[in-house]
Ligand binder design. Sequence first.
Ligand SMILES: Cc1cc2nc3c(=O)[nH]c(=O)nc-3n(C[C@H](O)[C@H](O)[C@H](O)COP(=O)(O)OP(=O)(O)OC[C@H]3O[C@@H](n4cnc5c(N)ncnc54)[C@H](O)[C@@H]3O)c2cc1C
Length: 392
Amino acid sequence: MWLRVAIRFRIPRMSSSVSAERNAILETLRAFCDAEIRPHVMEWDETQQFPRELFRRLGELGFLGTIFPEEYGGADLSYLDYAAIVEEISSVDGAVGLSLAAHTSLGSNHIFTFGTEAQKRRYLPKLTSGEWLAAWGLTEPEAGSDSWGTKTTAVRDGETWVLNGSKNFITNASVAGVAVLMAVTDRSKGRHGISAFIVELDTPGIRVGKKENKLGMRASDTCTLVMEDCRIPAQQLLGAPGDGFVNSMAILDGGRISIAAMSIGIARGAFEAALAYSKERRQFGKPICEFEAIRFYLAEMATDIDAARLLTQRAAAAKDAGELESRLSAQAKLFASEIAVRATDRALQIHGGYGFMKDFPVEKFYRDVKLCTIGEGTSEIQKLVIAKSLLE
Ligand SMILES: Cc1cc2nc3c(=O)[nH]c(=O)nc-3n(C[C@H](O)[C@H](O)[C@H](O)COP(=O)(O)OP(=O)(O)OC[C@H]3O[C@@H](n4cnc5c(N)ncnc54)[C@H](O)[C@@H]3O)c2cc1C
């Protein structure tokens, strides 16, 4: 299916070539980002303001439902396309990329992949159109990397489930209409005793708690969700009882591809800024790009970014083919996020003192990128996932 954005901007369909189609979408997206995101990036960052109106526009244009079928209002694009879209947006603003990724490949995709037909019909059209945003909550104060340590409980009471507990660091928590939340339904079964639930965020008993004041990704909303006797209908169980944790891991396999794409976008944004700056800035009577030290930085950054993109495309292609193994997305996320941290550091170094100032975009890329080695599993956890697969 051809993205709504393409229709709106009258891009001719080139069905003979998937990559030509992707390029056309990306070109349009680039123009959209330049007009509607780039001018506001620092204002949203400094005020920690989530750009809700922008997300309505992204929904109208089809960018909030890229990977879902047309029958649910999606654009029916591939995961490869989705990764390219996340990269493009993140090259302008990582915070918008993060909120879009949590909405798409975590919250909405959990409902799409494991939901009943009735759940998909109720929620996906609202989510793909941008009427609602989705959040996804696994993390708790005592259950971060050790997500089996979930303390939130869900107890069956007649035709309802009653949820108690809290989820922290939840992207989109205060701006979403619905969240997919994991809770223990049978503690004796360990990881097979955690279930997933779809919770509408205007349900009595669930409220937004602390809003985090963050180093980076400041325009992306990050809050705690607190559940106190939050009663939801029995049919809000998502997937089979006890499958919530295992299904979450499958959702994270896809999500990590989007974090890899986000890392590449941020690294590319910083690289492009540094490349341009190195041609303009003159010291010792010549542009600084004439110095070998700066050239080596640029060469290494460009090579790292390309290598990260290839790993990410390998994982995305495997997902499109239904052959994604955890190792592939963990390798992509690990490599892309680590090189992105290094690339933004080098990009800032190339700017010298000016890179330290908020007048130049590299300062924000440097702050935003650190989330990429932490969210959806830290680099250390990605190494555990990769090593487990190698040793099996
Ligand atoms: C901006 C932001 C947005 C987020 N959005 C979401 C969201 O939408 N939904 C959600 O559920 N979560 C979200 N998270 C949470 C994120 O996934 C967790 O922060 C992450 O998984 C790490 O958990 P933690 O912060 O508790 O760190 P910890 O688990 O406490 O880790 C601390 C350190 O110990 C290391 N460590 C832990 N265990 C091991 C081990 N076995 N071996 C080696 N090293 C180890 C870690 O790698 C890390 O370096 C978000 C986080 C942030 C910062």
